[in-house]
Design a protein around this ligand. Structure first.
Ligand SMILES: Cc1ncc(COP(=O)(O)O)c(C=O)c1O
Length: 395
């Protein structure tokens, strides 16, 4: 692998690449091969015995996947990584590799719906339990630790209410209680927030979101300290959640523009958030870099920008919210986020429909809440579409 001697995210994302082949190509080609040939029987033996480093089979390693993982490790400032077929495969593989029967996960209540489903319905089958911590007062988490607690698992900013967790406080907490500290950094991306600087041991991403950034492919990645990634990599080698070389190639190319994309996503989202806040028919707007966000100071401390996601509630409840979504002309109605195209989502009936009404209320997902993943179009056009939809939905 060619790696630049640079501490800068933009240079690292652009200049880390698989070594040039004899064809002298400038852009890295795709290695669409399921296996790799051996020079002779002795090399085959040595590779399998891990006495020699090299590719054997694309479920284990592949040059495109390695390049993507290497970039993600550099961006997150950690040692090791593994790419997976989806963000949920990254979550599942991490949990399944490190947890044992009797272990307990202490997690933020503000979790992505499928992660919540894993904790409440899948892992209990194998004797793994969980406790949820609330975010109003993190010191209450001190009482939630038991002798069986092994992990702390948090998302910040959370989906879809963009509530934050103080990464530094949580790092100290995990240190004091000797807990493995895991952060889903999907909403911020490594450009806006680096959890390892606050002691995170493992960082997870859905690459489907900002890492791809153009809504083309599903993938995930888990990176972190070698002592945790070694067992995760070994588990993955045999259980097979591998990322395809095609998607790895695409994600690695996308990382070349992550820095500039996140800057514009953040700029556009702040503009749109301020605009929505100025409308009298919008009840509230949640965006980390809005001064009205209760954790604005924390956002400024641990994030380089507010990111592209905001949520808001419109006066008139769920019926008006539905009319608003139906009235959008340019913005897309889809469940994804982190795309170059602006997306509007109704979390209660889609991404968080797996939670009960009571569970949704506990994490601020009101029936009329709308999530906007602000894209890279001109901010004027995004605001105009939201305005006309809000106006028409009032009629
Ligand atoms: C915060 C968060 N984590 C994990 C995931 C799961 O990722 P994927 O859909 O790539 O499996 C998502 C998907 O929306 C998410 O928003």
């Amino acid at each position: 692998m060619d790696t630049p001697d640079s501490q800068n995210d933009d240079t690292t994302s652009i200049r880390t690449q698989v070594e040039q082949s004899g064809q002298r190509e400038h852009a890295v080609p795709m290695f669409l091969t399921s296996s790799f040939t051996f020079n002779d029987a002795e090399q085959a033996r040595a590779l399998f015995a891990q006495e020699e480093e090299g590719n054997i089979y694309s479920r284990f390693t592949n040059p495109n996947v390695e390049e993507f993982v290497e970039k993600m490790c550099a961006l997150e400032e950690v040692e090791e990584g593994l790419a997976t077929a989806s963000g949920m495969a990254a979550v599942f593989t991490t949990f399944a590799a490190l947890l044992e029967q009797g272990d307990e996960v202490l997690a933020s209540r503000y979790l992505f719906g499928s992660t919540h489903k894993l904790l409440t319905q899948v892992f209990p089958k194998w004797g793994i339990s969980h406790t949820y911590g609330d975010l109003e007062d993190l010191t209450e988490w001190e009482d939630l630790v038991t002798p069986d607690t092994k992990f702390v698992y948090v998302e910040t900013p959370s989906n879809p209410t963009v509530d934050l967790i103080d990464l530094e406080w949580m790092g100290d907490f995990c240190d004091r209680h000797d807990l493995i500290y895991i952060v889903d950094n999907c909403f911020a991306s490594p450009v806006l927030q680096k959890p390892a600087r606050y002691g995170a041991d493992i960082i997870i991403h859905s690459a489907t979101k900002y890492i791809d950034g153009q809504g083309r492919g599903v993938g995930g990645v888990v990176v972190g300290k070698e002592e945790y990634l070694d067992p995760i990599q070994s588990f993955a080698r045999h259980s097979g959640p591998a990322l395809s070389p095609f998607n790895a190639w695409m994600f690695s190319k996308s990382l070349e523009t992550l820095d500039v994309r996140m800057e514009k996503h953040s700029r556009n989202a702040l503009d749109v958030a301020q605009h929505l806040q100025s409308r009298s028919d919008v009840k509230f707007v949640r965006y980390p870099f809005l001064e009205s966000h209760p954790q604005y100071d924390l956002a400024k401390k641990q994030m380089q920008g507010g990111g592209g996601i905001l949520s808001f509630a419109v006066e008139g409840g769920i019926e008006r919210g539905a009319r608003f979504l139906d009235a959008l002309e340019m913005c897309s109605l889809t469940a994804n986020l982190g795309d170059s195209r602006t997306i509007a989502t109704h979390p209660a009936s889609t991404t968080h429909s797996k939670l009960t009404e009571e569970e949704r209320r506990a994490v601020g997902i009101l029936p009329g809440l709308v999530r906007i993943s602000v894209g890279l179009e001109a901010a004027e056009d995004i605001k105009a579409d939201l305005d006309q939809a809000l106006d028409r939905s009032a009629e």
